[in-house]
Structures are given as structure tokens and as C-alpha cells.
Design a protein around this ligand. Structure first.
Ligand SMILES: [Zn+2]
Ligand SMILES: [Zn+2]
Length: 84
């Protein structure tokens, strides 16, 4: 059974399960993952904002291409506040 690893920016951190629904069945273990691309991401490479976990990869992508919905007339949108 392969380990679940963070793959953001070549990171190789093995993730610890955040929840084990059935301790004997690894298929049911839950890992920290990005809510946007659903790929596992370690705490260092993901940011939790308003209860949503977004990995650095997706965050960069969002900053590069702001969601069109928010970008209709303003030309420029305010970035969401980062919780530090
Ligand atoms: Zn992501
Ligand atoms: Zn990582």
C-alpha cells in the first residue's frame, strides 16, 4: 500500500491520516487534501481559508487567473484575506 504524499512543488512529505473511519482498512482513512483539486497536500503547502483547504498550486493559479465572476467591472479584485 503506497503512502499518501503531498506532491506540491516536488514535496515528498508523507501525510498522516486526519481521520480513520476503520483503523484496519486504509481505504477509509482520510487525509488532508485540497478542496479544489482534491490532491493531498501537507500543512506547509496548503492554506486553510474559511474552512476550505487550498494547496499552494491552486492558490497560485487563482491569483494568476482571478475568477471571472468577480472580475466583471472592477478590472481588479481584492484578494481574499489570508488567515495567518
Ligand atoms: Zn489544489
Ligand atoms: Zn508539501
Amino acid at each position: 500500500m503506497p503512502f499518501v504524499k503531498c506532491s506540491v512543488d516536488g514535496c515528498n512529505t508523507k501525510l498522516q491520516p486526519i481521520q480513520k473511519l476503520d483503523p484496519r482498512d486504509r481505504e477509509t482513512w482520510l487525509y488532508r487534501e485540497c478542496d479544489d483539486c482534491f490532491r493531498p497536500a501537507c500543512e506547509k503547502h496548503s492554506t486553510e481559508t474559511d474552512g476550505r483547504i487550498v494547496c499552494d498550486r491552486c492558490r497560485r493559479q487563482m491569483e494568476a487567473e482571478p475568477r471571472p465572476l468577480l472580475d466583471l467591472n472592477l478590472g481588479r479584485i481584492d484578494r481574499p484575506r489570508q488567515i495567518s
